[in-house]
Write a protein that binds this ligand. Sequence first.
Ligand SMILES: NC(=O)c1ccc[n+]([C@@H]2O[C@H](COP(=O)([O-])OP(=O)(O)OC[C@H]3O[C@@H](n4cnc5c(N)ncnc54)[C@H](OP(=O)(O)O)[C@@H]3O)[C@@H](O)[C@H]2O)c1
Length: 255
Amino acid sequence: MNMSGNTILITGGASGIGLAFAERFLQAGNEVIIAGRRKEKLEEAKEKSPKLHTKACVVSSELERKALFEWVTNQFPETNVLVNNAGIQQRVNLLNIEHDWDYYKKEIEINIDGPIHLSMLFIPHLRKKETAAIINVSSGLALSPGAWVPVYSSTKAAVHSFTASMRHQLADTSIEVIEVFPPAVNTDLGGVGLHTFGAPLDDFADGIFKGLYKGEEEIGYGDSEKRLHASQGELKQGTKLAWEGYLSRNPDFLK
Ligand SMILES: NC(=O)c1ccc[n+]([C@@H]2O[C@H](COP(=O)([O-])OP(=O)(O)OC[C@H]3O[C@@H](n4cnc5c(N)ncnc54)[C@H](OP(=O)(O)O)[C@@H]3O)[C@@H](O)[C@H]2O)c1
């Protein structure tokens, strides 16, 4: 994709990976709109980077996704890039289901319904642009699951699959389809302090931007970059080893 002169909507853009991408896109000479649930985080981001445009939106709600699409395309008709980044992660013990389905389905509504429906809403708008892109932020766990986050991992595998199909269907349009596979990155994903072992956010975002500048369509970093080139056998073994490592650090997880 062209790395400047775009108008870019980033969901979940007020914190973590979304904000790191928003800052880099701003710096590269783009208009950037960030959408997210928490108004105070949107305001905080705007205070730090006054050129950002902000819009509150709950991407798990169909009505709010439609309202976001209407607002963005009315206020910023030149919008030509959609970054589906908003997501949540929940640890789930399948041997002790302690919540109602409402709790578990949130991951599906935010991580799957959000990007798939927003892509479908934006495709007719984006394909009228001379150049356009949809960037989906999935996860290294889309390629081999983290068994401690089974619903989350399945949502990311779904986004990966949808993104691959979308790339084929849009091949003859002006819309480039790009997938970013973060490895563990030090953000507040899943709760404050749960990802401090991850890659430093700025290093990760710089690495992904290198891939964007090179025009790559599937971009990993560190461990997720390795997974993109791993065999099925290596992926299966990696899943097993990661689960065993997780259980040894969290011996009470299945109790
Ligand atoms: N950090 C990692 O280790 C890692 C690894 C692989 C993939 N990823 C993916 O990277 C993406 C960004 O995550 P992050 O690590 O940057 O975590 P983060 O800081 O928690 O960012 C997630 C963003 O999504 C927004 N969001 C969540 N639910 C939303 C909803 N219903 N409606 C609107 N916005 C919503 C959050 O805003 P509010 O809180 O205000 O709603 C937040 O800004 C996610 O898709 C995540 O799955 C992260």
